[in-house]
Design a protein around this ligand. Sequence first.
Ligand code: FMN
Length: 289
Amino acid sequence: MRIVAKTASRRRFIRRGMELGGGLLAVPALAQTPDAGPVNDTLRTIHSLRTIHGDFSDKQVPDREVKAILGASIRAASASNMQSYSIIVVRDAATMQKLTGYRGSCLLLYCADYNRTIDTAKLMGYEFHADNMEAFITASTNTMLAAQTAVIAARSLGIDSLLTNGIHRGDMERIWTLLDLPQTACYPLIALILGYPRTEPDHKKGRLSGPGVIHNEKYHRLSQEELGKIILLCDDKAMQLNQSEGFEKKGYKHYLDWFYKEWAGRGRTTGETPMFKRLKKSGFVDLAG
Ligand SMILES: Cc1cc2nc3c(=O)[nH]c(=O)nc-3n(C[C@H](O)[C@H](O)[C@H](O)COP(=O)(O)O)c2cc1C
């Protein structure tokens, strides 16, 4: 019964995509898209990625697997091969909860971090400065590549994950207190929680993949018509692009009405956000500039 329902939903998804111009679509499962190009185990793993939104079972990820995930994570490219990040491995569930609001088997906290580089320089009689936004962007790029590589490596081992910026919610000082992070030149960017799902997610999120996402040769600003198609795609249940199932019940015509009115503006404060204040305290904001 379930397979029949899924197939029907998928047919609706494809039909809807064709009606809306096809080019705006991303199809959720690689195995079902023989025309999407070559298929291999790596691509299958990538296309099987999905987030477990905190519903992890008590089953533990063995240390051996965590080690393999970390080994793959640090293989990601980094500017000048400087690996300007630190990865804090946390196994304590209460600490995970305090850090992110979630708990799983293991948490990897990915921090943009220059302290190793600064301290090595000092030891050798040099100065190394990372107190500017350029350094922060470079370190962030390196850090995020390592984090996503870990996500893929984990999935290839049958281990699921949640990337969460829950660390940026609430009083961020708790992260420095709980983990003894250096006060400057170190900033936690993302937490990756690893584990096994308690229950299989009942759907997989789709993606936009056409105009406005992929640009050929030059940037293409979307026309009103193309924007209108995206608004409808976000409403389409079969696309699974949205994260508020009941936007109609809440009285909204479109999912994006809910998104812009209720979600995007939530918690907005005037003046500096706590996150930006902490970024300044970490010394990455070049105040002289
Ligand atoms: C920067 C970032 C922060 C996220 N934070 C959360 C979070 O706090 N809670 C959560 O359940 N999912 C979080 N996610 C997961 C996204 O909701 C998820 O990737 C997105 O909805 C697409 O779903 P999928 O990964 O299953 O395809 C986050 C993802 C990213 C990249």
